[in-house]
Design a binder for this molecule. Structure first.
Ligand SMILES: [Zn+2]
Length: 295
């Protein structure tokens, strides 16, 4: 079962697109290996609007968001997680609009992330208002429900829009790519649980922060999860064959993948091995260079 990725998107940078009755999207001009075409900032509602994931600290994107909401009032600013392509513009947008920021602060042990393997952290991000799991925030003519989805980061939050049975899925579930899970902040066990949590809600549409909407979430999430289960089984097979180090597993499991992606692949295998230790299938340390053995 391969993941039915959606690799195309019809858009223009900085130009708002109405993509559902309540949802508009403006894409920032920050394309890259972890952002695809760039950050998709969502504007919800009409007249009094909420913004989800303002994006990178980019004046052109701020100007585009203000132009897109000209004559309207931004009442709420939501952030899915504090990565540099999602949260930094929240402060400036809040200062200009007076809207409060909503999200979840760091809660887990956290190390700076290698710039080659992820988008980087916005360590300074602190929302004005900490959201709680399951909390419904009443906006003007619609609600947004915070759904904690740790895994990609320990403080990742998706936001549901009940009026359209839709979910703003941040970097938890993306249509164009799998999500990057890098320990210690990234946690594979949490991630798989968070996939189940979203699947159980049976949303009609997922709006990731990068790329096109996912309009058939159920089969997509099933394939997305199966991909992780398959990889976990491959890691178990490596251990069974006596390969104990991640550095030796990467060339086996990623033989057909561009070597420039191998450092990121190693981090992903690390997340799998930490999970196998956590669930009692393997023994080993918490460091990338440690030896691992099946129990
Ligand atoms: Zn991210």
């Amino acid at each position: 079962m391969s993941i039915p990725f959606i690799k195309t998107l019809d858009f223009q940078y900085g130009v708002p697109a109405q993509i559902s009755p309540l949802v508009r999207r403006v894409i920032a001009n920050n394309p890259g290996p972890f952002t695809f075409f760039g950050t998709g900032t969502y504007i919800i509602g009409h007249g009094n609007v909420a913004v989800i994931d303002p994006g990178p600290d980019d004046d052109a994107h701020l100007t585009a968001l203000l132009a897109a909401t000209k004559g309207e009032t931004i009442t709420h600013i939501f952030v899915t997680h504090p990565h540099l392509d999602h949260s930094p513009l929240a402060a400036k947008l809040s200062a200009v609009s007076g809207a409060k920021t909503y999200g979840k602060s760091e809660k887990l042990g956290h190390k700076p992330i290698d710039a080659n393997t992820e988008e980087g952290d916005d360590d300074g991000f602190r929302p004005d208002i900490e959201v709680n799991d399951g909390e419904k925030i009443a906006c003007h003519g619609f609600d947004l429900e915070a759904i904690f989805t740790p895994g990609h980061t320990g403080n990742h939050v998706c936001y549901a829009l009940p009026q359209e049975n839709a979910l703003f899925s941040g970097d938890h579930i993306m249509g164009w790519s799998t999500s990057v899970i890098i320990p210690p902040d990234g946690d594979m066990s949490d991630y798989l649980d968070s996939l189940d949590k979203v699947a159980a809600r049976d949303f009609a549409t997922l709006y990731p922060t990068h790329g096109a909407p996912i309009t058939e979430p159920a089969p997509f999430i099933a394939a997305y999860k199966q991909h992780r289960v398959t990889r976990e089984n491959q890691v178990i097979e490596c251990l069974r064959q006596g390969t104990t180090k991640i550095i030796d597993m990467v060339p086996i499991l990623y033989a057909n993948v561009d070597k420039r992606l191998w450092p990121a692949a190693a981090r992903s295998l690390h997340a799998h091995l930490i999970r196998l230790v956590k669930i009692g299938r393997a023994i080993g340390g918490v460091n990338l260079g440690d030896n691992y053995h099946l129990i």
